[in-house]
Design a protein around this ligand. Structure first.
Ligand code: DMJ
Length: 623
C-alpha cells in the first residue's frame, strides 16, 4: 500500500529567505553591507581586484534577477527589460521549464489542484496506471483507424456506426480522458476534429436523445472546456488542442438546440428526442420519458450557465427537479417513467437500474455542485436524496442465500407488489454515489475525525461498501471475470438451478444467477467507477486490487488486436463470443475511472469536482 506523507504542504511555512523573491535593490544593498564588513580585506590590492569583480557580478545579478513577469518574456521567449534594452540573448537563456509531465505525473510530484500535495505515489500502481493509458491508446487507435467521426467503432468489422445521432460521440466522450492521461497526440486529434466538424454536424443532424447527447457530447465539451483552462487559474491539464472558448461555443450551440426539449413541453418535464437541425423536440414513441433521463441533465446545464453567464440553461433544467420534488413518491423512490404531457409519473416500476439510476445520482451531485451547504436553495435535493436512500435500504436491499451478499432488487409493481431479486450492472454506480454522498468527497478518516458523518451517512457508507463487494463478485463469479449485464440473486423466495456464472470456485456461485439473455457485457463502467470512489474515500487498497483484476479481464477477453475493444455476448463461457461494438463510455468512463483509481488522489479531487453520469468532471461551485 502506498503511504501518504505525514504532512501536507499547508503545514510547511516557507519563512526562509531562500524561497522568497529578492529584489535587485536588496541584493545590491546586502552586497554593500557584506563589503563594508570586509573593508580590511579590501585594503590590499588583490582585495580591490576582487571587489571590482564582485561589483560587476552584482550589476549582472541586478539585470538578471528580475522575474520573467517583471522584465517581460516577449512572445518569442527572449528576455526584454522595461527600457526596451534587449540583453537576455547575451546574458542568459530563458528559464528552462521542467519537462511537461502528464497531468497525473505532475500531480504526483506535488502540484495539485487543491493546494494539497499529499501524494500516494507507488511504482506498482504507476505501472498499472500506465497499462490503462496504453489500453486507452489502443482503443483510440482502433477508433481513429476505422471509425473516425462515427459515433462508435465496430472493432471486428473494422468500421464505424452512428448509434447516437452522428455527432462523433466517441471523439467527444474520449477527449477529457485523453487530457487527464496527458495523451497530447490524442487531445490534438480529437480536439481538431471537434473544432473542424462538430458545429457543422450539430447544425445538420436529425434526431438525437436529449439525455445521451447531454451527458456524452455536452458533458464532454464542458469538461474539455474546463480541463483546457477555460476558467483561468483553476485547471489546465492540456496545452494542445483548441482554445477553451471553441469548446464553449460549440457547447452553447448544442445546448440551445437541446433546450427545445424543455420549451416545447407543456410541463417542466422535457421531451426525450430533439431534431437538431430544426431545433424542435418531441416525446418518445410511447409518450413517456425515462425519469433518469429527464433528471440527469442538470449538472451539465448548470455548469453551462455558470460559464456562459446565461441562466436560461440552468433555469430550464432545474425546473425538472423542482417539479419532481412536488410529486408523490414511495419512501423517496420514484417510478422509472414520467410523462411530459401531464408531468406525472407513469406506472409503478421502481428500480435503480436502467431508466431509474442517475435520477438518484444527480440529486446528490447537483446539490454538491451548487456548493452544498453554502447554498440553501438546493437543500431540498439533499433531503430528497437522503429520503430516497432510506427507501432503498428499507424496500430494495436484501441478502442473498446461502452466502449473504447484499444486493439492491426491484419493485416492478410498486411497494405493494412482489419484490424482484434482479440487479442490473447499472446499479453498481450506487456504491460510489452512496460513499460520495456520505463524506461529500472527503476521505472517511477525515470525515470521521471532523465529526461530519450523520447516522444516515454512516448507514449509507456501510451499504456502499457492502454493495461494492457484490458488484465485484458479479465479475468474480463468471468464467471470464467480467460481469453480466444483469444478475439475479438467490433468495428464500427465488432460485433457479444451473444458471451460475461459470466460475465454480467462486464462493458466491450459488448466490448469483445469470440468465442466458443477460450474459452480455458492454464494457460498462459502473463497478470500476464505484471502486474508484470507494478507494479515494476509504483508502482501502482492496478496491485497487479488484479494479486491476477487472482491467486484466477486459484486456484478456475484449481487446481486439487490430485496434479497439469489443462488447461480449456471453461472459459465462470461455472464450466468449464477441459482439463487435466498442461503446463510447469505455473511453469516456471505464478507462478513465481505472486510470484515476490507480493514480494520485489529488487529480480531480472529489471535494472539488463532480463527475457527470458519463464521467466528465465538472468543478464544484465555490462561492
Ligand atoms: C453511461 O452512458 C452513463 O453512465 C449512464 O448514466 C448509464 N449508462 C452508461 C454506461 O453504462
Amino acid at each position: 500500500m502506498s503511504k501518504s506523507l505525514p504532512y501536507s504542504v499547508k503545514d510547511i511555512h516557507y519563512d526562509n529567505a531562500k524561497f522568497r523573491h529578492r529584489s535587485p535593490l536588496k541584493v545590491f544593498s546586502q552586497s554593500l553591507l557584506t563589503l563594508s564588513t570586509k573593508r580590511n580585506y579590501a585594503s590590499c590590492s588583490t582585495g580591490k581586484f576582487l571587489i571590482l569583480i564582485l561589483f560587476f557580478g552584482v550589476a549582472c545579478l541586478m539585470l538578471m534577477s528580475k522575474s520573467p513577469n517583471e522584465s517581460g518574456l516577449n512572445e518569442k521567449g527572449k528576455v526584454t527589460f522595461v527600457g526596451g534594452l534587449r540583453l537576455g540573448g547575451l546574458l542568459r537563456k530563458p528559464p528552462r521549464l521542467p519537462p511537461r509531465l502528464s497531468p497525473d505525473e505532475g500531480q504526483v510530484r506535488g502540484s495539485s489542484t487543491n493546494g494539497s500535495t499529499v501524494s500516494n505515489y507507488d511504482p506498482k500502481w504507476a505501472a498499472r496506471q500506465q497499462s490503462v493509458k496504453e489500453a486507452f491508446d489502443h482503443a483510440w487507435s482502433g477508433y481513429r483507424k476505422y471509425a473516425m467521426g462515427y459515433d462508435e467503432l465496430m472493432p471486428i468489422s473494422q468500421k464505424g456506426v452512428d448509434g447516437l445521432g452522428g455527432l462523433g460521440a466517441t471523439v467527444v466522450d474520449a477527449l477529457d480522458t485523453a487530457m487527464i492521461m496527458g495523451l497530447d497526440n490524442i487531445v490534438s486529434e480529437a480536439g481538431s476534429w471537434v473544432e473542424t466538424h462538430l458545429l457543422e454536424r450539430i447544425s445538420q443532424k436529425g434526431q438525437v436523445n436529449l439525455f445521451e447527447t447531454t451527458i456524452r457530447v455536452l458533458g464532454g465539451l464542458l469538461s474539455a472546456y474546463h480541463l483546457s483552462g477555460g476558467e483561468q487559474g483553476t485547471m489546465n491539464m492540456t496545452l494542445v488542442g483548441p482554445k477553451p472558448v471553441i469548446y464553449l461555443n460549440i457547447a452553447k450551440d448544442l445546448a440551445d438546440r437541446l433546450l427545445s426539449a424543455f420549451t416545447s413541453s407543456p410541463t417542466p418535464v422535457p421531451f426525450c428526442d430533439v431534431i437538431l437541425h430544426e431545433s424542435t423536440a418531441h416525446p418518445a414513441p410511447g409518450g413517456a420519458s425515462s425519469t433518469a433521463e429527464v433528471a440527469s441533465v442538470q449538472l451539465e446545464f448548470n455548469y453551462l450557465s455558470a460559464i456562459s453567464g446565461d441562466p436560461k440553461y440552468s433555469t430550464e433544467a432545474m425546473k425538472v427537479l423542482a417539479h419532481i420534488k412536488t410529486l408523490p413518491k414511495t419512501e423517496g423512490l420514484v417510478p422509472i417513467y414520467i410523462s411530459p404531457q401531464t408531468g406525472d409519473f407513469v406506472g409503478e416500476n421502481i428500480r435503480l437500474g436502467s431508466r431509474g439510476d442517475s435520477y438518484y445520482e444527480y440529486l446528490i451531485k447537483v446539490w454538491l455542485q451548487q456548493g452544498a451547504k453554502l447554498n440553501s436553495n438546493f437543500t431540498y435535493l439533499h433531503d430528497m436524496y437522503i429520503e430516497a436512500m432510506k427507501g432503498v435500504r428499507h424496500l430494495l436491499v436484501r441478502n442473498s442465500i446461502p452466502k449473504g451478499l447484499v444486493f439492491v432488487g426491484e419493485l416492478p409493481y410498486g411497494s405493494k407488489g412482489e419484490f424482484s431479486p434482479k440487479m442490473d450492472h447499472l446499479v453498481c454506480f450506487l456504491p460510489g454515489t452512496l460513499a460520495l454522498g456520505a463524506t461529500k468527497g472527503l476521505t472517511k478518516e477525515q470525515a470521521l475525525k471532523e465529526n461530519l458523518l450523520s447516522f444516515e451517512d454512516l448507514e449509507n457508507l456501510k451499504l456502499a461498501e457492502d454493495l461494492a463487494k457484490t458488484c465485484f463478485e458479479m465479475y468474480e463469479v463468471t468464467a471470464t471475470g467480467l460481469a453480466p449485464e444483469i444478475a439475479y440473486f438467490h433468495t428464500k423466495d427465488y432460485s433457479e438451478d444451473g444458471l451460475d456464472g461459470g466460475n465454480k470456485s467462486s464462493m458466491y456461485a450459488n448466490d448469483i444467477i445469470i440468465k442466458p439473455a443477460d450474459r452480455h457485457n458492454l464494457l460498462r463502467p459502473e463497478t470500476v467507477e464505484s471502486l474508484f470512489v470507494l478507494y479515494r474515500i476509504t483508502k482501502d487498497t482492496k478496491y485497487r486490487d479488484q479494479g486491476w483484476q477487472i482491467f486484466e479481464a477486459f484486456e484478456k477477453y475484449t481487446k481486439v488486436k487490430s485496434g479497439g475493444y469489443t462488447s461480449l455476448d456471453d461472459v459465462t463461457e470461455v472464450p466468449p463470443h464477441r459482439r463487435d461494438k466498442m461503446e463510447t463510455f469505455f473511453l469516456g468512463e471505464t478507462l478513465k475511472y481505472l486510470y484515476l483509481l490507480f493514480g494520485d488522489d489529488s487529480v480531480i479531487p472529489l471535494d472539488k469536482f463532480v463527475f457527470n453520469t458519463e464521467a466528465h468532471p465538472l468543478p464544484i461551485r465555490n462561492t
